[in-house]
Design a protein around this ligand. Structure first.
Ligand code: FES
Length: 308
């Protein structure tokens, strides 16, 4: 058997054991090996625990705790291996010669083999645990990518559930009628069957008690009976734009104070919002029910990668 194959421990020479500077772990390399191995096993189990808790969507506390245990255990084990079981310095290299002689290289090889063989009894075990732990860590780090990717959005970011004829209902599903709002009143409505759907939320505003449509130039048929309707999602970062100032007929986003001119097609007049709130054309049917008369004129909400 060659010296490299022989991983059994050669006990320290008695003279070395008498060295008062000898660290306690150097006297008991078996214990250091066990500590490093146990720590790496704990780290491995921590990573597995993180993968499981992430996959089953456990609480963030569980995910943090298990990943922390994995990192700490694995890091401690690897550190212990390097610090206590590898040949320790200081190593001094003679600088006056840049080329080692054959004899020096042989001596160095022998010294490394001897020092490594002196303390590392189960190098393969530690190496295997290192590979196991680092593989587990690498795999679970892919989990956020694999587990959190949803289906491709496709055209869904450009569409909502509003379509021509959709009944406007409250979040409780109650049909909204023409006489429901006083002048200056606002109400959040949804298409029937999609109550509570965030991208579908619309702010309905009664601007005037009139049968005349009120809307921006070029959209005179988009409002009805003094009502106009806009997407409630701010075009800045998507906060619900729910503050209506009746006197100035402006909508205000509470997040970053973007101000939209309701009479001018909800164009932003102040704040970081880059685009008007998309408008929903509405109408009133023979029973006085408010309905959509089409869909939004553009995608609702903030910009995304296909819509700067
Ligand atoms: S989200 Fe409305 S102004 Fe920022």
């Amino acid at each position: 058997m060659s010296a490299e194959d022989d991983h059994s421990v050669s006990p320290l020479p008695p003279a070395a054991l008498d060295d008062p500077h000898l660290q306690p772990y150097a006297r008991r390399p078996e214990a250091a090996q066990t500590v490093a191995a146990v720590a790496m096993v704990i780290g491995f189990l921590g990573f597995i625990g993180f993968g499981v808790s992430y996959w089953v969507v456990a609480s963030t506390q569980w995910q943090a705790a298990t990943f922390g245990i994995g990192l700490f255990g694995f890091g401690f084990g690897v550190t212990a291996w390097g610090k206590y079981l590898m040949p320790q310095g200081p190593f001094v290299e003679e600088r006056h010669q840049f080329h080692s002689t054959e004899a020096e290289r042989d001596a160095m090889t022998a010294a490394v083999v001897e020092r490594g063989g002196m303390v590392v009894k189960r190098r393969k075990v530690l190496g295997g645990l290192f590979a196991l732990g680092s593989t587990a860590m690498g795999i679970v780090l892919l989990f956020p990518l694999l587990r959190s990717l949803g289906p491709k959005p496709g055209r869904t970011l450009f569409q909502t559930n509003w379509k021509k004829g959709s009944k406007a209902v409250t979040i409780n599903g109650r049909q909204v009628y023409e006489e429901d709002l006083e002048v200056g009143g606002v109400m959040t409505v949804f298409p029937e069957g999609f109550e509570g759907s965030s991208p579908d939320q619309v702010i309905l505003i009664r601007l005037a008690d009139t049968t005349q449509p009120l809307s921006a130039p070029g959209r005179t048929s988009w409002g009805v009976a003094g009502y106009v309707a806009y997407s409630k999602l701010c075009t800045h970062l998507g906060c619900p734009v729910g503050l209506y100032q009746e006197q100035t007929q402006q909508l205000v986003c509470p997040c970053h104070q973007s101000v939209f001119n309701v009479l001018a097609g909800a164009v932003p007049e102040f704040g970081p919002a880059p685009r008007p709130l998309p408008q929903l054309p509405i109408t009133v049917d023979a029973q006085g029910r408010l309905r959509a008369n089409g869909t939004f004129d553009q995608a609702v909400g903030p910009g995304f990668w296909e819509r700067p």
